[in-house]
Design a protein around this ligand. Structure first.
Ligand SMILES: O=C(O)CCC(=O)C(=O)O
Ligand SMILES: [Fe+2]
Length: 366
């Protein structure tokens, strides 16, 4: 490891971006998520380090490994914003594909997501939560019926913040629901939040039950816009809570009404304490090739070459269409290969780091 010293520390040079907000983001992200102890700003670069593989609290062993691998790959290692994004994707893939490492990866993802959202507060206009009518009660009952007939599974798609769910794209009898959302919900979302060219990227039915998965922990969705439609009302508790809004309000719209919100407005699914709660949840992306002019500095620009389906899925999910799953798997394998030598080195350490590194090694392919 060219960049790792005898104390198992690595120093990286980060190219300074031109805009200060992005720079702040990067530094904060690196500091908080990687346990960086010092950051030295030089003329047009930032040197930071040491990166240390820490303990359970915040340590992102995979991010660390990724940073090391990036450092190892180049003579003048540079960690860019995009690489941090790639790393998040890698972590999501680990959570998705390797249940053994899901907890560690989820913790790391949450830390990185948190540092991203801390670095740029959500604009006031995007903090709004709207309710609009979307489905009739009998349509909601049918959606539940078909979802249950197919079966719902936990962690199969959104591993980092997993719901017990089934994709509407995987159930032929539920494909109409996607069409209905594209017609009835997405245009309203666009209008209410003043954005253009939105496309439905993911749609699923999720189930919470007092004797099953009761709640969904606080998170941000991976896509810029989201909606939740309650499909029934025979339960106690439940609801969608927005933890950063004043008073942390819990929304419980009527059956069939859609709650529309920014995916970056941190929220959680409140515990269902009696009965079963079903929701329809949708993640909405900006259409291919369209540059959202209202984009916040911290949000990713939609890569022009990517299709809506191939972009990151919210909450650490794999994309549902097969082609993007394949792409995701290839990216995962490439990252895993890059990270493996570093992890092997760490697995030989005499302390807690070895266990963490070994857990990750066990979770990635040979
Ligand atoms: O249960 C809810 O109301 C929230 C669901 C949610 O946030 C999600 O599926 O991403
Ligand atoms: Fe969510």
């Amino acid at each position: 490891m060219a960049a790792m010293n005898a104390d198992n520390e690595v120093f990286l040079t980060v190219a300074l971006p031109t805009d200060i907000v992005t720079r702040d983001y990067r530094l904060q992200c690196l500091r908080e998520a990687d346990g960086v102890r010092s950051v030295v700003v030089e003329e047009d670069r930032v040197r930071c380090g040491p990166f240390v593989l820490g303990d359970e609290a915040a340590v992102p062993p995979l991010l660390y490994a990724f940073a090391c691998a990036a450092a190892d790959a180049g003579e003048d290692p540079v960690v860019t914003f995009d690489e941090a994004e790639d790393c998040l994707e890698f972590l999501r893939a680990v959570a998705q594909q390797r249940p053994g490492a899901a907890a560690a990866a989820a913790k790391t993802i949450a830390a990185v997501e948190r540092s991203i959202s801390d670095s740029a507060p959500l604009p006031e206009a995007d903090r709004a939560v709207h309710e609009v009518g979307a489905f009739l009660p009998h349509e909601c009952s049918k959606i539940i019926e078909y979802a249950e007939a197919h079966g719902l599974e936990r962690g199969a798609r959104h591993a980092a913040h997993a719901t017990t769910d089934v994709s509407c794209f995987d159930v032929p009898q539920l494909r109409w629901v996607a069409a209905a959302c594209s017609e009835r919900v997405v245009p309203l979302l666009a209008k209410l939040f003043g954005v253009d060219d939105l496309v439905l990227a993911d749609l699923f039915v999720a189930r919470y039950a007092a004797d099953g998965q009761r709640a969904l922990e606080e998170h941000e969705d991976g896509s810029p816009w989201s909606f939740v439609v309650p499909l029934n009302d025979r339960f106690e508790g439940g609801g969608t809570q927005f933890v950063e809004l004043e008073g942390a309000p819990i929304f419980r719209p009527a059956v069939g009404a859609a709650l529309l919100f920014s995916g970056k407005n941190r929220h959680r699914g409140v515990a269902t304490t009696e009965g079963v709660r079903y929701i329809l949840a949708g993640f909405v992306d900006v259409r291919k090739g369209f540059v959202d002019k209202r984009k916040r500095s911290r949000s990713r620009s939609p890569p022009p070459e990517s299709s809506p389906q191939s972009r990151k899925r919210a909450r650490g999910a794999a994309a549902s269409p097969e082609s993007s799953q394949n792409q995701g798997a290839a990216a995962f394998d490439a990252c895993a290969r890059a990270a493996r030598p570093v992890l092997q080195q760490l697995a030989g350490m005499p302390d807690d780091r070895a266990r963490l590194a070994q857990a990750v090694l066990d979770a990635i392919p040979e």
